[in-house]
Ligand binder design. Structure first.
Ligand code: IMP
Length: 202
């Protein structure tokens, strides 16, 4: 059985400001000292896995080894059913080096139009990997289904939030109050599994 993570330093293995903010918010009710791999001067490891789970593990393992501390990573992305799950694990790469998610969103819309598809269903996946300096690790996964909408709507969140309407709602993630998004998102679902098993409330 894995040890509970309590009263210690935990590194968020990410250079993505939006993700670090969301994960830090989720961790705020636990007695942990949180920082990011960027704060520790680490360069981002190459994500060459073939699944969200594999990529999450690569990031958590390398960060934990580099910092000699417990590391938590998130690998996530948007999967569009009519595009066979694309962009999927390449969600960040579709936005290019300038992290232009407006362009990436337009590319998704263009592909759907080219395919003549009326199926705009999509889902976000989040794989959270936790890794200890001795290499022990565990992965938790969360998913939220929804529908894509174009043009993008809303000013909150990050990445593909402005084009994603979660099931049972009429607002995009980017139109929702971030605290509400945190309650229902793929990330919060994975986080719930993780926190129930490994965290202790303040
Ligand atoms: P990676 O996990 O660092 O490879 O990046 C995943 C990419 O998926 C992010 O850069 C975002 O574009 C997208 N993504 C993941 N989670 C979310 C989310 O909650 N909202 C919007 N986009 C997301």
């Amino acid at each position: 059985m894995n040890k509970k993570i309590k009263d210690q330093q935990l590194i968020i293995a990410s250079h993505n400001k939006g993700k670090v903010k969301e994960i830090s918010d989720l961790l705020s009710e636990y007695s942990l000292r949180v920082s990011s791999s960027k704060d520790h001067g680490m360069v981002e490891p190459e994500e060459n896995g073939s699944s969200f789970e594999e990529n999450a593990l690569i990031k958590a393992l390398e960060t934990s080894r580099y910092c000699s501390l417990v590391a938590l990573s998130d690998d996530s992305g948007l999967c569009v059913n009519a595009l066979g799950g694309e962009p999927g694990i390449y969600s960040a790469r579709w936005a290019g080096p300038k992290k232009d998610f407006l362009k990436a969103s337009k590319d998704i819309e263009k592909k759907l139009t080219e395919f003549g598809s009326s199926d705009y269903s999509a889902y976000f996946i989040c794989a959270l990997a936790i890794c200890w300096p001795d290499g022990k690790n565990k992965v938790f996964e969360g998913r939220i289904n929804g529908t894509l909408t174009f043009p993008p709507r809303g000013k909150f969140g990050f990445g593909y939030d402005p084009i994603f309407i979660p099931e049972g709602h009429d607002k995009t993630f980017a139109e929702m109050d971030p605290t509400y998004k945190h309650k229902i998102s793929h990330r919060s679902k994975a986080f719930e599994l993780f926190s129930k098993e490994l965290l202790v409330e303040k």
